[in-house]
Design a protein around this ligand. Structure first.
Ligand code: NAP
Length: 481
């Protein structure tokens, strides 16, 4: 069992109290690298979610002042940074990513709370300079109502931070449901929230049956915003479920990012960026590169630079200081990656780095060797679907128009990367790319200060920046005579 000062209780949190589930069933959480049993978490459902919503409704009866919200957000950022090591360790244990990445995630999460604390002035009411139809016109940003926050396992702290910082900043009480695979990070984080001085009911945590919890959040009239990060399939289900209730929905869904290298690019820098971008969290990020397009004259050179770097990556237990890549989240993830590689090889791809690993016997220890494939074609799964694993699939291009068409030939529209020294050429391509985030000579993903989100099947709504705060606000215009 895990011993942590941040996990003295393994429970949900409703109305300012640690709360057990109504029934005794639990779900085990395992160390992703070793299989060690870490904890048993409660399985909650509709009844607990209804109580959490009721507590949130009561908390919103008095809208918290902007000054209070600023203090809370600042304290949360401070608490996160003060517990960076331990939170990072918990992330590593239940997710598998290297500890240095776990700690990086804590810093990243803290940035969202700090950013929100520093930008609440954008929510202040403003009055139009002109008198229209004899009236003074004032625009207010009101808290939209109770927020339902549903988060994935791949960034158990950061994906929540994007939502909760904005919800709290906007003055919305919330009910959070973390992923069943990684609930301990959320519980540990709530032990810090418990110390912040928030009103009871302002931040509630339920976990367990995703279907009933999701349906209850979607159907309850007091829940006015659902913010979800996860798979496109579940996002579509939530769209159906909220439709009868006409409520706000923000969907951060899957990606299938192209990484484009023009012949004039700084090739070693592009290869470094590819490695950092592709192998973060073992390739299990929504913004990580899925398809690499290299201009034909530099294909061999770029493949060699990439392969040399990938061969140096160390796979292992995330707690070991020299680990670059931990295990995949579970055996299903391993099977998906293995199937993508098998499919590519069967369709004529060449494996430049990597070999066939043995299938894990359990849901943990799903180590997959970092792999480089060349000869990717549009028919291959590695090109059509998000692989979500440590596989780089490369092809070449000749014509810029064909390239733009190939890059956009996916239902997803989350992130894309372009490497070129010729600015005009890169800028021209970027205007044609249907992706919400574009890295230009960088593999950098989102940052707290900038809006981030998808196009097409990658969802809608933005997180980060002032746009992220406004997702949790209703605009109210008052015409006063
Ligand atoms: P998932 O299976 O869709 O799960 C995400 C969350 O939704 C989990 O908390 C899950 O709970 C919950 N859920 C599952 N079924 C539900 C339902 N019927 N109603 C309500 N909630 C439900 O996705 P995942 O496998 O955790 O995450 C990986 C995906 O997220 C990838 O596609 C990745 O690209 C995407 N992602 C996108 C972004 C972005 O910003 N666009 C960021 C990170 C990840 P349980 O765990 O209990 O099933």
């Amino acid at each position: 069992m895990i011993a942590s000062p941040l996990l003295r209780q393994i429970a949900g949190y409703i109305n300012g109290q640690w709360t057990a589930a109504d029934q005794p069933a639990t779900t085990p959480v395992h160390n992703r690298a070793t299989g060690e049993h870490l904890a048993d978490v409660p399985v909650m459902g509709e009844a607990e979610t209804l109580r959490a919503i009721a507590a949130a409704v009561a908390a919103m009866e008095n809208t918290p002042s902007v000054a209070d919200r600023r203090v809370w957000l600042t304290r949360i950022a401070e608490q996160l940074l003060a517990h960076k090591q331990e939170l990072g360790r918990i992330i590593t244990l239940e997710h598998g990513k290297p500890w240095k990445e776990g700690m990086g995630e804590v810093e990243y999460a803290a940035g969202f709370y700090r950013y929100a604390a520093e930008h609440l002035d954008i929510l202040e009411a403003h009055t139009l300079p002109e008198t229209i139809r004899g009236c003074r016109w004032t625009i207010h940003h009101r808290p939209a109502g109770v927020a339902g926050l549903i988060t994935p396992w791949n960034f158990p702290l950061a994906m929540l931070a994007k939502k909760l910082s904005a919800a709290l900043g906007a003055g919305c009480a919330s009910v959070t449901k973390p992923a069943t695979l990684t609930p301990l990070t959320a519980i540990a984080f709530w032990s810090l929230l418990d110390e912040i001085g928030l009103p009871p009911g302002m931040v509630n945590l339920v976990m367990g049956q995703s279907g009933p919890i999701g349906r209850t959040l979607c159907a309850h009239p007091a829940v006015r915003v659902i913010s979800f990060t996860g798979s496109t399939e579940v996002g579509q289900k939530l769209m159906e479920q909220v439709a009868p209730y006409v409520k706000r929905l923000a969907l951060e869904l899957g990606g299938n990012a192209p990484f484009i290298v023009f012949a004039d690019a700084d090739l070693p820098a592009a290869a470094d960026a590819l490695i950092a971008n592709k192998f973060r969290a073992g390739g299990q990020t929504c913004v990580c590169t899925n398809r690499v397009y290299v201009e034909r004259p530099v294909l061999e050179q770029f493949v060699a630079l990439t392969a040399a770097r990938v061969r140096k990556l160390k796979v292992g237990n995330g707690l070991a200081p020299d680990t670059d890549i931990g295990p995949l989240i579970n055996r299903a993830a391993f099977d998906k990656v293995a199937a993508h590689v098998r499919d590519a090889l069967a369709q004529g791809a060449t494996r430049v780095v990597g070999d066939d690993p043995s299938r894990p016997a359990n849901d943990w220890g799903a180590f997959y060797p970092p792999t480089v494939l060349t000869g990717m074609t549009p028919a291959m799964l590695v090109c059509r679907e998000e692989t979500f694993g440590p596989v780089v699939a490369i092809t070449s291009f000749v014509d810029e128009t064909e390239l733009a068409r190939a890059a956009n030939a996916t239902a997803s529209g989350l992130a894309a990367y372009v490497f070129a020294r010729n600015e005009q050429r890169a800028a021209r391509l970027i205007t044609r790319l249907q992706f919400g985030h574009v890295g230009w000579n960088t593999g950098n993903g989102p940052t707290p200060a900038a809006p981030f989100g998808g196009m097409k099947f990658s969802g809608f709504g933005r997180e980060g920046g002032t746009e992220g705060l406004l997702e949790f606000c209703e605009t109210q215009t008052v015409a006063q005579r």
